[in-house]
Design a protein. Structure first.
Length: 624
């Protein structure tokens, strides 16, 4: 059978073979170019993305220790808060992202840009740089819904300090705020966005309450989503603190201070524990936890009534007649005062050509030491001041804890002033005068004390002369810092005078009488400025607020082995008995009988009107 095909003449076309070779070469070149593109041209980008699909680490925030009152009621807690961070490695366009965040939050791009520029060196590129420290729930929902469109944004959950009672304990608890650059440099354990104590207990016990952060390791994909995680180190919560403060008593004290400027101290005479430490006006600690705006801070800072000042330990005042017990003690200690010696008070005494007057125009007649204390006779103490002079009065006052800090666990305590000859010479460039002795003997002149110092001294009058450290911690043992230099008989004489000031028919503290409670007291009216004859003729309510005297009431109270020193100081309260006495009486009724006596609304309104008049006319009351 013949061959149908002749294979010898079937040769592949040269053009086709060449085309095939070109196609193979083109495919090879394509792969080579792609390989160059992936490995060289875009190699760094994809290498970074590959690294991102690895393990990362992040801090776990630790909650601050809780704060409770003496009965376990919570005062400071932690609640979850949301912050917005920016992970630079995941963010393709920093400026565009910041502009979008500004649009979501209603803030300015420039503000976020400045924050980013300032802090970018403090945070690693794969860690969140906090842009918005406190997001609302609506903002969290909005950002979370758009996160895939804006890679690099990370919502962080962290504990935020919450103060259950706002202004009630602001000066005791203080507040927390974001750590400053100086604080972060000084303490390496702090990082950007950490909160630290700035005032009060929060500051003093910062190390005890802050706790320690934990660490978590997690794997992420190229979009920054977590795939799996493992806790490397669990966070340790801060230690809990129980205060000696009675929340109910503190609340009552603040109610009586409403619309006033002043302070209240209630101190256990045997342990030094403080059951109440109230000062007004106050501020809300929560404003600092959530982030204070510059406008809010300016308003607080420039308030003429200084709401951030703790008047119990930071304001110093002339003690007025409250100081007469110190002067009496000095006379007894140095043997220059005979308790039985009688002084005739005619309502005034002279020193040279100057007349020093007693608060009672007609005088007290013949008085001895106890009656002079009970009826607060100025003339009696003018004459004792002449004998004692500043040297002995100041030495004894220092021994009683005045002119020095009490050591309370709160920052920025003032020591007050107990004047001496050298002090006046250095301060005013002039020597001590005879009239200075007389003014000092009745608690006027240059002498300045804090309400807490007065409370500690009156507690010593009850406990045998022990000067105790004022304590804010329930579990702290009593700390004796000194001893009033009087023997038991002399202390008993001063204490008996305190009780008779309440129980006696002529005592100035009769309004403190309380059934079944042994109450002692001493009023004090501290002159702020020397009144002109025209102002002296005015009724109390007609005297301008800023010229009114400060009102003191220092009291002791005991029943069934429980003993307390109670001090109230009302700025421009006019008279100790009427201005501060009702406050102390309310404290006594609550402590021993659980009776809550609120401040009358009419009295609150009266106080408010006086303060507003003062602020409008002069820019605020005169606080030392």
């Amino acid at each position: 059978m013949p061959n149908l095909y002749d294979n010898t003449n079937l040769q592949p076309p040269r053009a086709g073979l060449l085309l095939l070779q070109v196609l193979i070469l083109a495919v090879f070149c394509l792969f080579a170019v792609r390989l160059w593109y992936l490995q060289i041209h875009r190699g760094e980008v994809f290498a970074r993305k590959a690294r991102e699909n690895q393990m990362r680490q992040e801090s776990i925030f630790s909650p601050r220790g809780l704060i409770r009152d003496r009965y376990g009621d919570l005062l400071a807690v932690n609640e979850p808060a949301y912050a917005l961070g920016l992970v630079r490695e995941d963010c393709e366009d920093i400026d565009a992202t910041l502009r979008q965040v500004a649009e979501w939050t209603g803030a300015s791009f420039e503000e976020y840009k400045a924050l980013y520029t300032k802090n970018q060196k403090r945070v690693k590129t794969f860690e969140p740089l906090i842009i918005v420290p406190d997001l609302t729930f609506d903002q969290v929902a909005l950002i979370d819904a758009n996160r895939l469109r804006w890679p690099g944004l990370a919502i962080q959950i962290r504990p935020r300090r919450q103060y259950r009672h706002g202004e009630l304990l602001a000066h005791v608890l203080g507040y927390v705020a974001e750590a400053s650059e100086e604080e972060m440099e000084r303490r390496p354990e702090l990082a950007l966005g950490d909160y630290v104590g700035r005032q009060g207990i929060e500051l003093v016990f910062e190390d005890r309450m802050r706790g320690a952060k934990g660490r978590v390791q997690f794997e992420v994909d190229v979009n920054g989503r977590r795939l799996k995680e493992r806790v490397l180190k669990h966070p340790r919560a801060g230690h809990e603190i129980s205060l000696s403060i009675d929340l109910g008593l503190q609340e009552l004290a603040m109610d009586w201070l409403a619309e006033e400027a002043g302070g209240v101290v209630v101190m256990d005479a045997d342990t030094g524990q403080l059951w109440a430490l109230a000062t007004a006006p106050s501020y809300n600690s929560n404003d600092f936890s959530s982030g204070l705006t510059s406008e809010q801070w300016a308003k607080l800072r420039d308030d003429p009534l200084h709401p951030m000042q703790n008047r119990v330990i930071q304001s110093v005042y002339p003690p007025g007649s409250v100081f007469k017990h110190v002067v009496a003690g000095a006379g007894l200690h140095y043997g220059l005062l005979d308790p039985k010696e009688v002084v005739n008070c005619t309502g005034q005494t002279k020193l040279g050509s100057h007349v020093f007057r007693c608060w009672r125009k007609g005088g007290h007649g013949n008085v001895n030491l106890e009656r002079a204390l009970v009826e607060s006779c100025d003339v009696y103490f003018y004459k004792q001041g002449k004998k004692l002079t500043v040297d002995r009065m100041s030495e004894f006052a220092f021994a009683c804890g005045f002119g020095q800090e009490t050591g309370i666990d709160l920052p920025h305590e003032k020591a007050g002033i107990i004047p001496t000859r050298d002090w006046k010479r250095k301060r005013f460039g002039e020597g001590w005068q005879g009239g200075d002795n007389l003014n000092m003997a009745i608690g006027q002149g240059y002498t300045l004390v804090t309400p807490l110092q007065v409370a500690r001294f009156f507690a010593a009058a009850m406990n045998g002369g022990k000067l105790l450290k004022p304590s804010l911690l329930k579990d702290e043992k009593p700390v004796v810092q000194g001893q009033v230099p009087l023997d038991p008989g002399q202390l008993a004489l001063l204490y008996r005078a305190l009780v008779n000031t309440v129980e006696g028919d002529r005592g100035t503290c009769r309004r403190l009488r309380t059934k079944d409670v042994v109450v002692g007291g001493k009023t004090g009216t501290a002159q702020v400025v020397r009144l002109t004859d025209k102002l002296k003729e005015l009724k109390d309510d007609d005297i301008p607020y800023r010229f009114r005297d400060h009102a003191w009431m220092a009291a002791t109270a005991e029943k069934d082995g429980r003993r307390y020193a109670i001090v109230a100081m009302i700025e421009h309260g006019l008279h100790g008995s009427s201005g501060a006495g009702p406050v102390v009486k309310a404290m006594i009724d609550y402590i021993f009988f659980g009776k809550v006596t609120p401040k009358p609304e009419a009295q609150k309104a009266k106080s408010r009107a006086a303060r507003l008049l003062s602020v409008n006319a002069t820019g605020g009351s005169r606080a030392h």
